[in-house]
Write a protein that binds this ligand. Structure first.
Ligand code: GLN
Length: 486
């Protein structure tokens, strides 16, 4: 059952080949068996899952089911879930239970999906390796000594090891696409505003976007139909019509113009990695797409601009954790100042503190013009670069990450090296564009991901192109050896 796609599972449920209870139990058993090796889950919601599965079975028997009813899912622990702990990977929120569901969680609940648990992540979604979690690192299912990528590493590892058919994630600078690449799964970051941020714990509000991690692009499309859409509770959510994302999956891509930015394929990119990405591009060419070398000169400014804008917004967003209203509170504070200072120093981990310091510095009156304002100007130039590119081409193709999964511990002492993991993803986030990472082969037995970038609200195009690739390749169907059995 764990090898089946969402539509296959849905069909099996509909025709009573399996019940949602059986399906849920199957995945819960896999989690019990495999998660001790991976640490992909922070919370496993066995009891509520079985209860929801029973309700789903009733809906199915009354013919009131939608395509998602009865299918198990896991949410990244950044999404608020009523009555279930939402930690955001932080000691600060280790005791936090939200009184309400995030909008996108609620929407999937309404369809009758079954929540299996909350997945591990870098603290407050800050990281590229999942090593910044208060709950310990997540292991990569392809090699347990390697990181799964981050910050949605728990969701990606869980899908890669087939402990859950599909999972949610969030992406601020690459946190869906990069771990999807390193873990060998498919991960979509939609256009900024496509999915509601209400109830999603904020890191950098102008960049944060919820998305989907699955085995196939088709599965992503099926979920996105219910996941996306305008939300009056989120002032930045887009009031655009939500198309049927599954409608154009099989459309021909003949005549599609695909741009390969020269800036990504320079001497700094490992030649073997470049070969894999070119091989993926060739597959599209075989289907009639036309490849172009393009210039995106501002892409290289993405990294420095991101590491000014994101910490600035984080410093501001994280000011709410003061030990007063919710979250960690220190013991026996002497006075208010002591309460703030100790609650925050005890509750936050190193990377989060580092970002708060950086963010506060770049927003200070003496440095604002030199850093924050400049970064916002660069952001505009990056957006223009992409807007110009999309005048002539349909999608852009790049590597998702410059390397495959790296060893646990190997980049923890070198922040710049860690930050460079997202060199190909951050500028897309700054521009607010949609991007998807799909499995495109292996290097030394570790997955390689190719990133496809679309114009605003063109998720359908990305999913179509990704699906066409997955029709002629089987990289996305590979399962890491240790997790192949029942
Ligand atoms: N790795 C990047 C960072 O550490 C991106 C994180 C994300 O997208 N949430 O900020």
């Amino acid at each position: 059952m764990h090898t089946k796609t969402l539509l296959e599972l849905s069909d099996a449920l509909k025709h009573k080949k399996i019940s949602s209870i059986e399906l849920t139990q199957h995945f819960l058993d896999r989690i019990k068996k495999f998660d001790p090796m991976l640490n992909a889950f922070i919370t496993i919601t066995e009891r509520t899952a079985l209860r929801e599965a029973r309700k789903a079975d009733e809906r199915i028997s009354k013919n009131q089911a939608s395509v998602l009813t009865g299918i198990p899912i896991a949410h990244k622990d950044v999404f608020c879930t009523a009555d279930i702990k939402t930690s955001c990977g932080s000691k600060m929120l280790d005791n936090f239970v939200s009184p309400y569901d995030a909008t996108c969680v609620q929407k999937l609940k309404n369809t009758g999906m079954v929540l299996l648990g909350k997945t591990n992540m870098d603290e407050f979604a800050m990281g590229s390796s999942n090593e910044n979690s208060y709950y310990g690192p997540v292991k990569n299912p392809w090699d347990l000594d390697k990181v799964p990528g981050g910050s949605s590493g728990g969701s990606c590892a869980a899908v890669a090891a087939r402990m859950v058919p599909i999972a949610t994630g969030t992406d601020t600078g690459g946190s869906i696409r990069q771990p999807a690449a390193l873990s060998g799964v498919t991960g979509l970051k939609p256009t900024y505003g496509r999915v509601s941020r209400f109830g999603m714990i904020a890191f950098a509000s102008s960049l944060d976007q919820a998305g989907v991690i699955a085995k196939t692009a088709e599965d992503v499309a099926v979920l996105l139909n219910d996941f996306a859409g305008f939300d009056p509770n989120d002032s930045t959510s887009a009031d655009n019509p939500v198309p049927d994302f599954t409608a154009h999956l099989n459309k021909s891509i003949s005549g599609l113009h695909i741009g390969l930015p020269k800036e990504c394929f320079n001497e700094q990119l490992d030649a073997k990695m470049a070969d894999k990405i070119y091989a993926a591009a060739k597959e599209f060419e075989k289907q009639g797409a036309i490849l172009h070398d393009i210039d995106l000169p501002m892409m290289r400014a993405g990294m420095p601009a991101y590491y000014v804008v994101a910490p600035a917004e984080a410093a501001s967003n994280l000011a709410r954790y003061d030990g007063v209203r919710f979250g960690h509170r220190c013991d026996n504070p002497k006075d208010l100042e002591d309460l703030y200072a100790r609650s925050r120093s005890e509750g936050f981990g190193d990377e989060v503190k580092h970002r708060i310091f950086t963010g506060t510095y770049v927003l200070s009156s003496t440095h604002y013009n030199a850093y924050y304002k400049k970064a916002q100007q660069i952001r505009t130039l990056i957006r223009r670069d992409y807007e110009n590119a999309f005048k002539n081409i349909g999608i852009i193709l790049t590597p998702t990450s410059p390397t495959t999964a790296f060893s646990i511990g190997s980049r923890m002492k070198d922040r710049i090296q860690m930050y460079l993991s997202d060199v190909f993803t951050v500028s897309i986030s700054l521009a607010g564009l949609p991007g998807i990472s799909i499995p495109a082969g292996f290097l030394n037995n570790l997955p390689v991901g190719v990133q496809l970038i679309g114009n605003y609200f063109e998720e359908s195009t990305l999913l179509n192109v990704a699906h066409r690739y997955q029709q002629v390749t089987d990289w996305h169907l590979k399962i890491p050896e240790k997790f192949r059995g029942e």
